[in-house]
Design a protein around this ligand. Structure first.
Ligand code: DQA
Length: 148
């Protein structure tokens, strides 16, 4: 079965208790269950990983090469800071769909900049955990019929 990686970055392990007014009440376990179910609908085996460490996220991107056909990535605050993560994504040549629970463009100016966006297939933000399901729909569609 085709495998894809859902990769969550720093502080997303605290979902459900972390600023619920911004990020909602669902937990990371809820997100991962949604991803497994969404992937299964598309015949995709979903691997879920979360780390608070930039290096571990980079290692996970490297590890996806040759194993997974694409990545759904919520890099948390590293989105706005990590040139290293951007370089890792550019290096593995896998389709990456960037996800954020919140609408980063409607928040503080420092969240408007994404280092992931230039190397991503696309970005989904502002739809809460539904964004992960939308990203898997988009990734499945891309894997079936790549547009670029
Ligand atoms: C986030 C948005 C980021 O700005 C923030 O640092 C996060 C979560 C989101 O899912 O909305 O940790 O990626």
């Amino acid at each position: 079965m085709t495998s894809v990686l859902v990769l969550n970055g720093p502080n997303l392990n605290l979902l459900g208790t972390r600023q619920p007014e911004v990020y909602g009440n669902d937990t990371l376990a809820d997100v991962e269950a949604l991803c497994l179910a969404s992937g299964a609908r598309h015949g995709l085996a979903v691997r879920c990983l979360q780390s608070n460490s930039e290096g571990a996220l980079i290692d996970a991107v490297h590890g996806a090469r040759g194993r997974d056909r694409g990545i759904v990535l919520n890099a948390g605050a590293y989105t706005h800071t990590s040139i290293a993560l951007m370089d890792a994504i550019a290096s593995v040549e896998l389709p990456v769909i960037e996800v954020h629970l919140s609408n980063i463009h409607a928040r503080e100016p420092f969240r408007h900049r994404s280092y992931i966006a230039p190397v991503a297939l696309g970005q989904i933000c502002g739809f809460g955990i539904l964004g992960y399901a939308l990203a898997l729909d988009a990734l499945a569609a891309h894997l079936n019929a790549p547009t670029r």
